[in-house]
Design a protein around this ligand. Structure first.
Ligand code: TYC
Length: 118
């Protein structure tokens, strides 16, 4: 009778406790969806755009009442810049375009930009 080599099992089972068997380990991970990045729309001060025009723009495009719009305009006038509203990326970009176009059409150098909120 020929001597036969012991066969390796097709699915070898590692000894218990070695961590190398076929056990499936499921890791529990809490999925956290990040809130979308928000953008603040900012107006910059200049020496030429009339205060009344800035108040009008803030009322019209940022839905502020006259008193709030006046306060924001004065803050920009005194401090150089001011936040008019905080929006998603696309809405902020549209506001910048609308305000810039309105300013250009009226012949004012008013500058409007958006920046990510920290
Ligand atoms: N500084 C301007 C003036 O004295 C008024 C002004 C305010 C202009 C805010 C721009 O974003 C601005 N006429």
């Amino acid at each position: 009778m020929a001597t036969q080599k012991p066969k390796t099992p097709e699915n070898p089972v590692a000894p218990p406790g070695t961590g190398s068997d076929d056990a499936v380990v499921l890791e529990r991970r809490t999925q956290r969806t990040q809130p979308p990045q928000m953008f603040q729309v900012v107006l910059l001060n200049d020496d030429f755009t009339p205060m009344e025009f800035v108040v009008h723009v803030i009322q019209e495009y940022f839905s502020k009442d006259r008193e709030t719009a006046t306060q924001i305009m004065l803050k920009i006038h005194l401090e150089g810049k001011g936040i008019c509203g905080v929006y998603s990326r696309d809405v902020a970009s549209t506001k910048v375009d609308q305000v810039s176009q309105a300013a250009r059409q009226s012949g004012h150098p008013l500058q409007c930009l958006s920046e990510p909120v920290e």
